[in-house]
Design a protein around this ligand. Structure first.
Ligand code: ZN
Length: 342
């Protein structure tokens, strides 16, 4: 009970990529880069294990960005044709590739990474892939010219990839859908359908991470406009509760999401963000425990998975390690109070 996990990413070592930035350029090339990525995955796994995290990830050490890393092996996505567009309803600008033809997965994108991570940890393993709606929102499209259709095409590609990854020994396959907080009508009309297509036939647990984004300035400014209570989830949770997704990951540390809304996710595992990724301040175990306790009236302990709010990639490594330790220690405090084991 109170099984701990993380949203996905961890900061990369400075010898691998420029620290503290998203879309950080690699500091290595060729075979040295491939080896550097693998070494970084071993460190990411070791840091999580040393902290006592129950369900670990590869820290997303092998990809430059959580969306574009997946697209690099997909035909039909032209990285030479990059354009700058406003994404997440124009909250910030990003340079994105363009869809110029039918989507074809040339080869597995992440199989080598999952195989490597699986071979280097005995813990339960989770792997993250961007969700269809978030991919569609992080691209320009000159071919399909229809967001719903493009999302279903990506869902087909994701599903083929996911089936391959699950067969390599994944315990949890997570789809990252920060766009679910931006296009609430689309979530209901086609977002959930696209998720279902993406997880079709998977034999492991499936999760979706929805969130208010990393602690970058554009997101912090946006959050300031959302008012005293963040009730966006009130629209998405009932749709997710009725879906075939097993787990939902949301941010709860220092967020203005009313915890009572988590009651709308009855029947789902809830990955409760108890670690704020928008600050360098390391939570104390007591703070983590307090956040967990605040959620217990709405999510039973066997369904409550203490987690980070979002990816930790923009943080300093020692800060991220401190937060991992606080996450595990805070969960252990509440477990002891409840007289239960992990
Ligand atoms: Zn997130």
């Amino acid at each position: 009970m109170l099984t701990t996990t993380i949203a996905g990413s961890l900061p990369k070592p400075a010898w691998l990529a420029k620290p503290n930035v998203l879309w950080a350029p690699w500091n290595l090339t060729g075979a040295a880069l491939a080896e550097g990525k693998r070494d970084a995955v071993r460190l990411a796994l070791a840091d999580q294990e040393a902290a006592g995290i129950d369900i670990v990830t590869d820290g997303e050490q092998s990809r430059q960005h959580f969306v574009h890393g997946f697209l690099e092996a997909i035909d039909g996505v032209d990285f030479a044709k990059r354009v700058t567009i406003g994404i997440r309803a124009d909250r910030y600008k990003a340079e994105v590739p363009t869809v110029t033809g039918p989507l074809v997965r040339r080869r597995s994108v992440h199989a080598d990474e999952v195989r490597f991570a699986r071979a280097h940890t005995a813990q339960r393993l989770k792997f993250t892939i961007p969700g269809p709606m978030t991919i569609v929102d992080t691209l320009a499209d000159e071919h399909y010219r229809d967001r719903r259709r493009l999302a279903m095409e990506f869902a087909r590609v994701i599903n083929a990839e996911a089936r391959e990854l699950v067969a390599l020994g994944l315990d949890v396959l997570q789809l990252d859908e920060p766009a679910f907080n931006v296009y609430m009508d689309d979530v209901r009309t086609w977002g959930i359908d696209a998720l279902h297509r993406a997880i079709e036939g998977l034999t492991c647990k499936t999760a979706v991470h929805i969130c208010y984004g990393y602690g970058i300035k554009a997101n912090v400014d946006w959050k300031a406009t959302l008012g005293g209570e963040w009730r966006q989830y009130e629209q998405t949770f009932p749709a997710l509760a009725a879906s075939r997704i097993d787990q939902v990951s949301v941010e709860c540390a220092n967020s203005r999401v009313p915890v009572s809304l988590l009651g709308l996710l009855r029947g789902k595992d809830v990955l409760v963000g108890v670690i704020d990724v928008a600050t360098d301040a390391i939570e104390t175990p007591a703070q983590v425990a307090a956040t967990i306790r605040s959620v217990l009236p709405f999510v039973p302990p066997e369904r409550l998975y203490p987690c980070t709010n979002c990816g930790m990639v923009p943080l300093e490594r020692d800060v991220a390690r401190g937060k991992l330790r606080a996450l595990a220690a805070g969960a252990a405090l509440v477990r002891a109070e409840l007289g239960v084991r992990a």
